[in-house]
Design a protein around this ligand. Structure first.
Ligand code: ATP
Length: 208
């Protein structure tokens, strides 16, 4: 049985934090492929056009043959629900043990996800620690245990492990803010992504 991981997100834009997490998953869990699934209509977020987010994702991942970008969310349209993504990808890649990659902030919201009972049994969770308010790896682990307990109360059992990534304080919102302030982002995103942002005048006040 092959092992594949899904990495969902808005990727507005993709940054080094995302790439570091995906690389760590490949190394830590002997996953064959990370399937990046950019959300078409991110819930609760106003995001750049899907075409731009997709183009930047493709540019940043093209050199790693273990990275695939999936259009499953576009083809489906409507809301982006993890369960639908997993069902669609399971049909495309049968006989697979699935992992779902998420940052700690995303994982904390799992007890409210749509059809989490089914989702939980269909994949293992790989959690990237994230500096939310100064956590270290040990604190990230205890936050994950709290999430596990909340889900147990809902009779949902999950399997999870922490990804051993260095904590990096980078986020797409930081990059968007720096662009708006016309500050440098070259240390936060791959060069091709920085170039794309400049060429398409993304995240400047004029582009909104
Ligand atoms: P924004 O700042 O707009 O909220 P983001 O940087 O969180 O964006 P997303 O595309 O929303 O980027 O994130 C996709 C996934 O990657 C989420 O599960 C998120 O928690 C995780 N993630 C993003 N950046 C980091 C980081 N620096 N450390 C750990 N996890 C991260």
């Amino acid at each position: 049985m092959r092992q594949l991981a899904i990495f969902g997100g808005t990727f507005d834009p993709i940054h080094w934090g995302h790439l570091l997490i995906a690389e760590t998953a490949l190394n830590q869990v002997s996953i064959e492929q990370v399937i990046w699934t950019p959300s078409f209509h991110p819930p609760h977020k106003k995001a750049a056009e899907f075409e731009h987010r997709l183009a930047m994702l493709q540019l940043a991942t093209r050199e790693n043959s273990a990275f695939t970008v999936s259009l499953t969310e576009v083809n489906r349209g409507g809301n982006s629900y993890a369960i639908d993504t997993l069902i669609n990808l399971s049909a495309l890649y049968p006989n697979t043990h699935w992992y779902w990659i998420a940052g700690l902030d995303t994982f904390q919201t799992l007890p409210r996800w749509y059809r989490r009972h089914e989702l939980a049994t269909m994949c293992d969770w790989l959690i990237a620690p994230r500096l939310l308010s100064g956590e270290n790896i040990a604190q990230s682990e205890s936050i994950c245990k709290q999430v596990e307990k909340q889900l147990e109360k809902q009779l949902v059992t999950i399997r999870w492990q922490i990804l051993h990534t260095p904590l990096v304080r980078v986020s797409s919102s930081l990059i968007r803010n720096l662009c708006r302030e016309r500050k440098l982002i070259s240390h936060l995103v791959p060069e091709e992504v920085r170039y794309y942002i400049t060429a398409h005048n993304l995240y400047s006040d004029e582009s909104e």
